[in-house]
Write a protein that binds this ligand. Sequence first.
Ligand code: SF4
Length: 102
Amino acid sequence: MAASHHHVRHWSRRSALGLIACVPLGLASMANAAECIDPASLSAAQKSMRKSLGFRTSSDATKRCGLCAFFTAAQPGCGKCALLSGGIVPAEGVCDSWAKKS
Ligand code: SF4
């Protein structure tokens, strides 16, 4: 019994360490997005618009708001999206309506 208890503790400690290792990356991207816009300040209409466009943080460096035809750069790393009625988006965001800037 003592041996299996030890095993369980060892396992959860390792997965806890794994979680901790992931946190700084997650916080870093959240901090970037937060510099552009505080999600809490979005109106219900803006939130549902973002949701229906599938707005998210892009994992593709060649397909993101900063390279989109609807994007107008504002402060560094942020811009306004014409499709989101001029709403502020982080340059590293993307949505289902992304169109390559010509
Ligand atoms: S249309 Fe989509 S990908 Fe393009 S700037 Fe707006 S939110 Fe970003």
